[in-house]
Design a protein around this ligand. Structure first.
Ligand SMILES: Nc1ncnc2c1ncn2[C@@H]1O[C@H](COP(=O)(O)OP(=O)(O)OP(=O)(O)O)[C@@H](O)[C@H]1O
Ligand SMILES: [Mg+2]
Length: 444
């Protein structure tokens, strides 16, 4: 990727003077012949007349050439990289600090390039910029482009501008390349990352296997979980569901043929059963001396076990002290020991205070997602480990819209895959996906 470099070395007054000088020369060349003709009463030698005509045209071409050059180099330039160049120059002079360095100015350095509709700008602040997130915001206003990505590195800052990518169509993603019933788990791309938005994935065969999903009521938790369930079934994994609110979501999952727990007792039973399964897998695949050091879920052809725990806090709220401790202990163990054996947990909650859910669980969740328009700074920080002001743009949450943090991508804006409003529209598809993965009723 070739990037253009831009050093803004002057405050622009020298350049303005040169421009004015060229203009004066051009206008002088154009007007001088007229003045001479009037002054000499149209009575000059033919040679001199020719000379005056030449001067006139030199002035005219100079003016035209100069005008074209000015347009090309201006922020209205039809050549986009040149327009960006000018915008960066104006931006530097208007909004960034610079220091005198002899006759020149010491200021920042930019590098920029256009990749299709994406504009990548790198800033080398030279110690002159304090708040690079704020610079991102202002630059975005200046350029009239959305800031898609912002990353602060050692000595340089990356900004990516452009249009937001479209949301995925959840049903289309679920139904493309359906595995057949006969396809062995080894053949199915069973541990391929699950697409969420643009280049953000849920990497189920990595340390990012556990998800923490935070969103206020109505912001799209359950819809997103339904999508994830479909994608897990497509990869032939076993899915277990907790629907603490005993809502339509739980009924839907039961219809699809998944085990669903709705109250504290059932949740504890389910967690214990999963723990036993996990211990079985450890005994068969890990303790027999054959397994190499790097043996784990991503190299073994074993099905993953995924616990989709919607509204974890409402379960904990209705549990007594002992039950709460037990649920937290079991969830914590699953999160801590589950990864290598392919046991993943997806935990959703409306908000998260430090005391709500044991750190043993939350700290294991390396895929963090937050959705919703109104999310407090504290909740945002609890969920992502970042502050809204560090985003480099105004917070952009909404229904099905928010941010994901993964070990690979850092924090990125996301929109969850679009799902039909009526579950009946994808019930058949979900059932089919489930039946292909677990045709004989195993895992029920
Ligand atoms: N991915 C999506 N595709 C289409 N519509 C969505 C999506 N996510 C959310 N919605 C819309 O928002 C509504 C609420 O979403 P959802 O039920 O998933 O929210 P929730 O966070 O689970 O809320 P609650 O606290 O009520 O359980 C949905 O009924 C739907 O209209
Ligand atoms: Mg819900």
């Amino acid at each position: 990727m070739h990037m253009k470099r831009l050093n803004v070395k002057t405050d622009g007054t020298a350049i303005t003077t040169i421009k004015q000088l060229i203009m004066i020369i051009a206008i002088a060349c154009i007007t001088l012949p007229y003045i001479v003709m009037i002054w000499s009463d149209n009575n000059v030698a033919p040679d001199f007349h020719q000379f005056l005509t030449n001067i006139f045209f030199i002035g005219l071409y100079l003016l035209l050439g100069f005008a074209v050059l000015m347009i090309l180099l201006s922020r209205y330039s039809p050549i986009k990289v040149l327009a960006i160049r000018k915008q960066l120059i104006i931006f530097t002079r208007k909004f960034l600090e610079s220091k005198d360095d002899g006759a020149l100015k010491l200021s920042v350095t930019w590098k920029y390039c256009l990749k299709g509709k994406i504009l990548i700008i790198k800033l080398y602040p030279n110690g002159l910029v304090k708040d690079t997130a704020l610079v991102g915001k202002k630059l975005s206003e200046r350029l009239g482009e959305k800031l898609l990505d912002y990353e602060e590195l050692d000595g340089e800052v990356h900004y990516v501008f452009g249009k937001l990518p479209d949301r995925y169509d959840g049903i289309a993603v679920m139904s493309e390349n359906m595995p057949s019933q006969e396809d062995d788990i080894k053949i199915v791309a069973y541990n391929n990352p699950i697409p969420i938005y643009d280049d953000i994935f849920w990497n189920i065969a990595s340390e990012a296997i556990h998800i923490l999903l935070i969103a206020p009521s109505g912001a799209g938790k359950t819809m997103f979980l339904s999508y994830l369930i479909g994608m897990l079934l497509k990869r032939k994994h076993l899915v277990y569901v907790v629907d603490a609110k005993n809502s339509a979501f739980g009924r839907f999952c039961r219809h699809v043929g998944l085990p669903v727990a709705t109250n504290v007792v059932e949740v504890i039973q389910m967690l214990n059963a999963l723990m036993e399964e996990m211990q079985d897998i450890y005994t068969t695949h890990f303790a027999n001396g054959e397994a190499s050091v790097d043996t784990d879920f991503s190299t073994l052809p074993i099905k993953g076990h995924f616990l989709i725990f919607d509204e974890v806090l409402s379960v904990l709220a209705s549990a007594d002290k002992k039950e709460k401790a037990e649920i937290e202990y079991l969830l914590g163990q699953l999160a801590l020991l589950g990864r290598a054996a392919g046991f993943g947990i997806v935990v959703s909650a409306q908000k998260l205070n430090a005391t709500d859910l044991s750190k043993n669980i939350t700290e294991q969740c390396q895929t963090r997602i937050i959705l919703g328009r109104i999310v407090s700074d504290e909740t945002f920080h609890q969920a992502t480990g970042m502050y809204k002001k560090d985003l480099g743009h105004a917070y952009r949450g909404g229904v099905g819209k928010g941010y994901a943090v993964t070990p690979l991508s850092g924090i990125k804006y996301i929109e969850t895959p679009l799902m039909p409003h009526n579950v009946r529209d994808y019930m058949v598809l979900m059932k089919e996906l489930r039946d292909r993965g677990t045709p004989y009723g195993e895992g029920r």
